[in-house]
Design a binder for this molecule. Structure first.
Ligand SMILES: [Zn+2]
Length: 270
C-alpha cells in the first residue's frame, strides 16, 4: 500500500438480478451445470464530498424488456445512502452495454468518461451483426452521442488517471473498449473488473464469459486484473452474487449496498 496516496471508500450497489444457468456463464461449460444467478451493480467511489460513479445501470422498462428483476433505480436509490445524483461530477462508463450505460439523463451535472474505441465499436461495422449488438441499446448509444455534442463526454485512449488513487485501464475483450477501474483504499489497490470478470470464477479459472469481442484480449485482461490488484481477493467481479455475501453491508437496511474498501468476509486482518 502506498502511504502517500489517498484512500477512497468504494461501494457496490446491486440494482437488479436474474435467474440464469451456469452453462450461460462460461465458454467451456458442462451441459449438466445447474442454476446461477446474475446480479447487476453500479459502483460508487467516495472521498469526503468527492464522488465518482462507475457505470449507470438500466431502468425499469429495460428490465421488463429484457426479463430482468429490477430491484431499485441505481441512480435515484443512492439518495438512501445520502448521495444526491446532482453531486456526482464524474462518471466512468466501463463499456456501453445496456446494463452499464443507461439512466444518463438522471445525472445532469456529470461528465462521462469512456474509451474512444468503445464508441467506435458501439457505432461501427460490428453493430451490423445482431450477435455483436445484442447487449447494446441503441437509445443509450444515441444518448452518449448527444452528450458528446453537449461537451459532456471525455474520451480516453488507453490507460489514464482520474484522481490521485484512481486509475482506469483499457482491457477490451468483452467489448473493444472495456475499461476497468483501480482504486486505492485502506486495504490497498482494489480493481473494479466490471465485465472483464463477470464472475470471480471467470477470472480465477481463466474461463471466459461467452459474450466476447476478442477471447485473447479477454484472457490477457484476466492477467491484467491480477497485475493491477493488491491480490486476487482485491478483484471485484462485475455480476457475481458472491459480492453481496462476501462484503459488509452498509447504508440503510434493504438497500443492497456493500463496502468494497473493507475486507471481504467481514474480517479486518485478512
Ligand atoms: Zn454487464
Amino acid at each position: 500500500m502506498s502511504a502517500e496516496l489517498p484512500c477512497w471508500e468504494v461501494f457496490a450497489l446491486r440494482y437488479a438480478t436474474v435467474a440464469r444457468r451456469r452453462l450461460e456463464m462460461f465458454i467451456n461449460h458442462d451441459l449438466h451445470d445447474g442454476p446461477q444467478a446474475m446480479d447487476y451493480f453500479v459502483w460508487l467511489l467516495r472521498r469526503g464530498d468527492d464522488l465518482i460513479l462507475v457505470d449507470t445501470g438500466f431502468n425499469a422498462s429495460m428490465a421488463a424488456q429484457r426479463g430482468r428483476e429490477f430491484l431499485r433505480c441505481p441512480i435515484g436509490s443512492l439518495a438512501g445512502a445520502g448521495i444526491e445524483p446532482q453531486a456526482i461530477r464524474d462518471v466512468v462508463i466501463t463499456h456501453a452495454h445496456y446494463d452499464h450505460a443507461g439512466n444518463l439523463d438522471l445525472l445532469p451535472q456529470a461528465r462521462f468518461h469512456l474509451q474512444e474505441r468503445e464508441m467506435q465499436y458501439a457505432t461501427g461495422r460490428d453493430m451490423r451483426q445482431k450477435m455483436m449488438r445484442h447487449a447494446y441499446c441503441v437509445d443509450h448509444v444515441c444518448s452518449l452521442v448527444r452528450l458528446v455534442f453537449d461537451d459532456r463526454v471525455e474520451y480516453h485512449d488507453g490507460d489514464w488517471a482520474l484522481r490521485a488513487g484512481v486509475t482506469v485501464h483499457l482491457v477490451g475483450g468483452h467489448t473493444r473498449g472495456l475499461q476497468v477501474v483501480r482504486v486505492h483504499t485502506a486495504r490497498g489497490w482494489i480493481v473494479l473488473a466490471s465485465d472483464a470478470a463477470h464472475y470471480l470464477e471467470n477470472f480465477s479459472a481463466r474461463s471466459p464469459f461467452p459474450i466476447v469481442a476478442d477471447v485473447g484480449d479477454m484472457l490477457r485482461g484476466h492477467d491484467r486484473l491480477e497485475a493491477l490488484a493488491e491480490s486476487p481477493a482485491h478483484v471485484v467481479p462485475g455480476h457475481d452474487p458472491l459480492v453481496m455475501s462476501l462484503y459488509p453491508r452498509r447504508g440503510p437496511p434493504g438497500l443492497d449496498l456493500v463496502s468494497l474498501s473493507e475486507m471481504p468476509g467481514g474480517a479486518q486482518d485478512r
